[in-house]
Design a protein. Sequence first.
Length: 458
Amino acid sequence: MLQYIDSAIGFAMIMLTVSLIIMVIMQAVSSLLDLRGRNLVWAMEQLFNQISPETKDKAIDETKSTFSGWTKLLRARFTKISVAEEIAHAIANHPALTANANSLATAIRPDEIRDVLQAIKDGKGRKPFEQLDDAVQQQIKALLQPVEDKRTDIQAVNSALSAIDQLVPAQAAQVKAIVNAAITAISTATIDRVMAEVKAQAADKAEAIETQVQEAIRNATALEQGLEKWFNAIMDHASTRFTKHNRFWTLIIAICLTLYFRVDSDQIFKQIFSNPELRATLVNAAEGATKQAEEILRRQHLGTQALQDLVAQGKLSEKTRANLLARLPADKDTCTEGAAYLAEMAPPATNEDQQQFLTFCEIKQRAILAGAHADVKQLTARLDAQELSVFNHVKWPYLDPDKTFGQLFSGLWVHLRGLILTVVLLSLGAPFWFDALKQMVSLRPTIAGKIDKEQGKA
C-alpha cells in the first residue's frame, strides 16, 4: 500500500514541478506582452463600438496614434487602428491609470472611463488633444456631449423628491432608493454621484438635492448611458475571454515542453513504481517542492500579496491598515485591481496610501519578472536531480549544438500515448497538483501508521 502512495507522491511532485515551469513562463510572457492590459483595451474597444456603432470600421491615421512605434508599424502593414481602439488605448495608457508610458491599465471602473476621457479632452493625456486624429477628437467630444432630456415624467421626479423633506441624514439609503425609483432612465453612475452629495447634506435640504438631481438629468451623456447599458456585460465577456486565452497558451506551452522534454507519464510512473530509492528521493523532496510551489502560486494574486506585505510592514496609514486588517481581499491579481480596491473601500484609502501601494506593487512585479529565469532554472534543476531518464536527453539551457532538429525530436511516436496523457495531466494546472501533493503528503503518515500496526499484529 505504501508503495502506491509513495509512487503517487513522486508522480504528483514531477507533475507539479513541470506545471510550475509552465506557470512561470506564462507569467513572464503575460507581463512582457502586457496581456491583461491588451485585454482591457479590447474590452473598451467593444464598449465604444456598442455605444457608437457608426465608428466601428472607421480607421485613423496611424501617425497620430497613442500606440507605440512598432505597434503602429505592424498595424499599418496588416490591420488598421479603429477610432474605438485608439480611444480605448488612450484611456488604458493614461497617466492617471498607469505611471509607465509603455504599460497599460489592467482594470478600470465606469467612473474612471468618464473622468479619464474628460481629462484627455482637456489636454491631460499622453498626447495633447489637438494632436490626436480628427475622427478620435470628434468621437470623444460626442461621447461627452450631454444628451437632450426627452422624457415627459419630470413632474413625477419632482413629486418623488418631495418626500426627502421628511428624512434625516441617517436615512441616506432611503434617499437613494427614492431617487433610484424616480429616475429609472438615468445611469447608476450619475445617481451615485448625486447621492454622494446627498449624504453630505442634511436630509431636509430637499430643494438643493432636487436641483442637483435635475442637473444630473440634464447632463447625462451618451457615454454614461452606454456605460450603464453595456459596461458590466462586456467586462464579464472580457474576463472570460482572458481566461480562455490564458488556458489556450498554457496548453500550447504544455505541449511544447512535453514534446521537448519527452515527458512520458507512463514511463515516469513505471520508473517511480519500480525503483524504491527513486521513490524515497521524491518523497523526501516533496516538502521542498510544495514550499517553492506555494511561493510561486502566491504571485498569481500580486495585488493581494502587495496589500498583505504593506499591512505587515506598517507602511500604510492607521485607518487604511485597520480597514485592510478587517477585510483583506484574496483575489486581487494585479496592481491596478489592488489600487481600485483601496479607492473603493469605505472610507477610501488616502491618495498617499494608494500611490504608495502602486509604487510598492510595481517594484514587486518587476522583481517577479526578473526572477522568472531563476525560477525556471531552479525547477529544471529539481527535475534533473531526480535522475529520471525521461529528462536526461536535454539539459539546461536545452539547446544541444551537436544534435540536429530531427535527432532532438526523434522517437516521439514510441511515447505518443504517454505524451498525450502528460499534456492532459498538465492542463489541470499547478494549483491542482499542489493541492493533490499536499493532501497525499499529509495522508502518508496515517497510512504508514496503519501499515505498521497491521504488521505488528501479524
